[in-house]
Design a protein. Sequence first.
Length: 59
Amino acid sequence: MKQEEIIEKINGFLADEFEVDREKIKPDANLRETLDLDSLDYVDLVVIIESNFGFKVVA
């Protein structure tokens, strides 16, 4: 999978699962300040990424 495809897929997760306006999703967007995600959303996003891409995100 190419980088552009990965980015588009993650952008889709943000728009579909967290109802983020696609206009706000930019490479320099801050998850908390720009996209209005909270700490529980971060956990959900990690789970979505892990299940869709098949790897573990380690803190």
